[in-house]
Write a protein that binds this ligand. Structure first.
Ligand code: FES
Length: 351
């Protein structure tokens, strides 16, 4: 039966139009029709899918728009991953052209190595079936499909030129069934079902501006992919990588970025701990990593910023950096939110 509640969405910048059904979000409708819009968490918390509603009305039947602050709501911003259309809509949002020809694929992947990088982080390398390399952009993520339709998202830590194997850095989550299973039961040669590549976090090559990269915990993973990709291309674009964690254990492969900074004059590296353990003997920077970035870059107006990690870090930075001159369209991020199947009551708790 035809959906009588179908509406039309128009993108103000390109003039492109697409239809939307009553039971789908604007982001889902766009994806179904090949229109690539920015997103990350898909559960209304990270703010990555923010767009300006120029005309029309929307509602949020599933999750309230936690990823928007009061000012953004007052300015007419909406979250496309949660918004359903109650009328035809005109919206202003940047389309993501770079990923439009990259197929999203469902593939089996065999675990070919499992290595503990620290007590709380395990590195998996996944082998894809022969002749089924996954095309992706450095910074994107995959989802691992679990029983009952659940999914868990992990950034790809390896660069795309290495694409018959994918590297993941998986942090153990207390009370997390999946990560506990990975840590204790998943064996080398085990098979996982994955879907990807996903997300719109990747390097914008339309300029040569110096880049600030900021990772929190395993948020280092997509930045590693980006930096290794750029090194493979002999790029000399300036990068200042900040890597924040609570204690030294959580900077689980510190020698790697130290090595980049020692051997590449265009790369700087600053590790920052917020709560070093007495045994860490830490001589480096302390405090919140986004504060360290702001201390070093009181004027961010000439930089692009790429950041990934826990929601609390991303949220603090995306609200603080614009006050230091960072333009909205030069800030790219991936927020490591919980899976979309996590109940709203948990999403609403501070984490
Ligand atoms: Fe929509 Fe994160 S809030 S993708």
């Amino acid at each position: 039966m035809p959906d009588t509640n179908q509406h039309t969405i128009k993108l103000q910048l390109s003039g492109k139009t697409f239809s939307i059904k009553s039971d789908e979000s604007v982001l889902e409708a766009a994806g179904r029709q090949g229109v690539k819009l920015p997103y990350s968490c898909k559960n209304g918390t990270c703010g990555n899918c923010k767009a300006r509603l120029i005309s029309g009305t929307i509602s949020y039947p599933t999750h309230p728009p936690l990823g928007l602050d009061e000012n953004e709501i007052a300015n007419g911003d909406v979250l496309l991953c949660q918004a359903v259309a109650d009328s035809d809509l005109l919206i202003a949002v940047r389309e993501i052209e770079a990923i439009k020809d990259i197929p999203v694929r469902l593939l089996p992947a065999r675990v070919c190595s499992k290595e503990f990088l620290s007590p709380s982080v395990v590195k998996l390398r996944l082998k894809l079936p022969k002749a089924q390399r996954m095309q992706f952009l450095a910074g994107q993520y995959i989802e691992i499909l679990l029983a009952g339709g659940k999914r868990r998202a992990f950034s790809i830590a390896s660069p795309p030129n290495d694409a018959d194997e994918l590297e993941l850095h998986i942090r153990h989550i207390d009370g997390g069934d999946f990560t506990s299973w990975v840590f204790t039961e998943l064996q080398v040669k085990g098979i996982l079902r994955i879907e990807g590549p996903l997300g719109t976090f990747f390097i914008r090559h339309d300029n040569k501006r110096p880049m600030i990269m900021m990772g929190g915990g395993t948020g280092f993973a997509p930045l590693k992919s980006m930096i290794e990709y750029l090194l493979g291309k002999q790029s000399t674009r300036s990068i200042h990588l900040f890597w924040g964690a609570r204690n030294a254990d959580e900077l689980y492969c510190l020698d790697l970025p130290k090595g980049w900074a020692e051997t590449q004059s265009h790369i700087q590296f600053t590790p920052v701990l917020s709560d070093p353990s007495p045994g860490d003997n830490w001589q480096g920077r302390t405090g919140f990593v986004h504060t360290a970035v702001m201390d070093d870059y009181p004027d961010m107006s000439t930089h692009d910023v790429y950041m990934s990690g826990p929601p609390i870090m991303i949220d603090a930075a995306r609200h603080a950096f614009p006050a230091q001159g960072l333009k909205d369209d030069r800030l790219f991020y991936d927020s490591f939110e919980f899976g979309a199947d996590v109940p709203f009551e948990i999403l609403a708790e501070p984490h």
